[in-house]
Design a protein around this ligand. Structure first.
Ligand SMILES: NC(=O)c1ccc[n+]([C@@H]2O[C@H](COP(=O)([O-])OP(=O)(O)OC[C@H]3O[C@@H](n4cnc5c(N)ncnc54)[C@H](O)[C@@H]3O)[C@@H](O)[C@H]2O)c1
Ligand SMILES: O=CCCC(=O)C(=O)O
Length: 527
């Protein structure tokens, strides 16, 4: 088992930072955990980024099989850490064992999925316009295009998924798959978990013969180290999951650089949960119970948490509310990830409860320990919601607000009114089809994923998934941070015009020596 040292991982070296020391805190007990971690300074940021840049050309030209094996080696090395990883992550996050064991499997699965993407071979999106030397009035040149890695990527680990969205999470997996070296800024809430996973990545890089600098992990509290990382000239893109404030701040840093770069930030979402009349008439109680399960999953600390419910008032909505209140009554308090997240949730709850236009529907069992959250459900009228921006704010945790609408036209108005979201869920029956068809174009403009008769928490890691959405859900609504399309964020097209064969990348040479998918004069072929 790896003994934690509190060091940063800079290329193949372990280096103790000379900035302020910090410890992980067990949110369930308030206990300070060993060891102390030495915060990184600008010097370590420079070292990690310089190594990443030095590794970049060699790493991006590694063949697909070598990179696939590297990703698979990372996955296996994480699994091989064994129970010490789960135990440390439990202590640092307050999340239960079953959740973290599932998240470890998801993390390994993401890495292995990108290995499959590399081997399948269509990810460089190769395109050819064959030359037309006799075309009049001008001949067409020989044009060939491939996508190449953008350069070293900075990844910010997320607090709420200490494995699947952290040091070796989806941002790291997709960046490494693209051919980009990665410099991770570990989340200060789970530094031990981060060191264990970081050392697994570091060991895999060495075992697979990857160039030093392909991976580094920095640690530190405060904002300076992350700011320095995003501002570094060798960093060419950023992956971030966290607060809107943090994401916007880093977007500002990136935009102010002499060479601005993209920040792919997943920041906030209340994930509207829309109850159509037909669904309420047939299964209001069942939806109410299922909704509470989704609302309270992971102490509500999912970015896909259904924080907003929209429905037309009536017996059906009343039955949903009664069933949800009843289900809430059995929900035990849950430990939140950090004292800061707990304080923000508690303040948000008090703000909602204190709003004169809001009525409480029900609450979970009362808290009985540090950093615990009590689930809660509130209701307000559509007119109040539309006139009070405070009611649109995400309260990160297990609380939700039901907006009661007088009619479906008002429900559509509310959907038009809300900001960009990660998801929208519609519960409907066949009798609701016409009204839902009218809603779809509005939802398409507002969200990254539309669900019918399901629950938004629980993102499937696959080829068709979109875990993204229009601003402010994310910084760029054209992308996803989960699923194989995530690799696109870290690739850019290059066109090669009239190059001699000997100078062309192997993937673009005549005869398709790598047998990759190609689009030749508009037609897909593998010949
Ligand atoms: N969208 C999501 O999925 C999601 C996930 C976790 C937390 N959150 C939200 O974020 C709040 C705080 O939780 P958190 O600590 O995970 O998120 P955070 O944004 O505070 O921190 C995330 C990471 O970014 C760094 N960071 C944040 N602001 C920065 C800045 N201005 N400059 C440089 N680095 C910066 C932090 O050090 C950390 O490593 C939560 O209460 C919740 O509202 C959202
Ligand atoms: O918290 C952000 C990601 C949510 C997720 O991955 C899930 O709902 O499974």
């Amino acid at each position: 088992m790896t003994t934690l040292t509190g060091e940063m991982l800079i290329g193949s070296s372990s280096i103790r930072g000379s900035d302020a020391e910090f410890h992980a805190v067990n949110p369930a007990t308030g206990e300070r955990m060993e060891p102390a971690f030495g915060g990184g300074t600008r010097a370590e940021v420079d070292r990690a980024c310089d190594l990443a840049w030095a590794a970049f050309d060699a790493y991006r030209e590694t063949d697909a099989e070598s990179r696939a094996r590297f990703l698979e080696a990372i996955a296996q090395a994480i699994i091989d850490i064994g129970d010490p990883l789960i135990e440390r992550a439990m202590a640092e996050s307050g999340l239960p064992r079953a959740r973290l064991e599932g998240e470890r499997a998801r993390t390994a699965g993401q890495l292995r999925l990108f290995a499959e993407v590399l081997r399948e071979g269509s990810w460089p999106e190769l395109r050819f316009d064959t030359p037309l030397p006799d075309r009049k009035p001008l001949p067409r040149p020989d044009l060939r295009q491939r996508h190449i890695a953008v350069g070293p990527v900075a990844v910010f680990g997320a607090s709420n998924f200490p494995l699947a969205f952290s040091v070796a999470g989806g941002d790291t997996a997709s960046a490494l798959a693209a051919g980009c070296p990665v410099v991770v800024k570990a989340h200060p809430a789970h530094p031990g978990t981060s060191e264990l996973v970081g050392r697994a990545v570091q060991a895999a890089a060495t075992a697979c013969g990857m160039p030093e600098g392909v991976f580094s992990m920095l640690v530190g509290t405060g904002n300076q180290i992350g700011t320095d990382l995003v501002a570094h000239r060798h960093i060419k893109a950023v992956g971030f999951t966290g607060s809107r404030r943090g994401g916007l701040a880093l977007m500002g840093v990136a935009a102010a650089r002499p060479e601005p770069i993209p920040v792919y930030a997943e920041m906030s979402s209340v994930n509207p949960f829309i109850l159509m009349p037909g669904a309420l008439a047939r299964r209001a109680e069942a939806i109410g119970k299922g909704f509470v399960g989704s609302l309270t999953m992971g102490a509500g600390q999912f970015c896909t948490n259904p924080g907003l419910v929209l429905a037309v008032g009536g017996d059906g909505l009343d039955a949903f509310l009664a069933a949800a209140a009843d289900a809430l009554g059995g929900v035990q308090p849950a430990t939140m990830l950090t004292p800061g997240i707990h304080a923000a949730y508690t303040a948000g709850l008090e703000k909602l409860a204190g709003n004169p236009t809001v009525r409480e529907v029900g609450r979970g069992c009362a808290c009985n320990g540090p950093n615990q959250s009590q689930a809660a459900l509130f209701v307000t009228e559509a007119a109040s919601f539309l006139s009070d921006p405070a009611l649109e704010e995400e309260n990160f945790g297990s609380s939700s607000l039901v907006v009661r609408c007088p009619d479906l036209a008002t429900l559509r108005t509310v959907v038009e009114h809300i900001e960009g979201q990660l998801t929208a869920t519609i519960h409907m029956e066949e009798s609701d089809t016409g009204e839902v068809r009218a809603l779809l174009p509005v939802l398409e403009r507002r969200v990254g994923r539309i669900l019918v008769n399901g629950y938004p928490t629980g993102v499937e890691v696959g080829h068709a998934m979109v875990h993204g959405g229009p601003f402010p859900a994310t910084s760029d609504g054209r992308t996803t941070s989960v699923g194989t399309l995530a690799i696109r964020r870290f690739l850019r097209p290059v066109c090669y015009q009239d190059l001699p064969q000997a100078l062309l990348p192997e993937a673009l040479r005549d005869g398709n020596p790598l047998k990759l998918w190609r689009r030749v004069d508009g037609m897909l072929t593998r010949d």
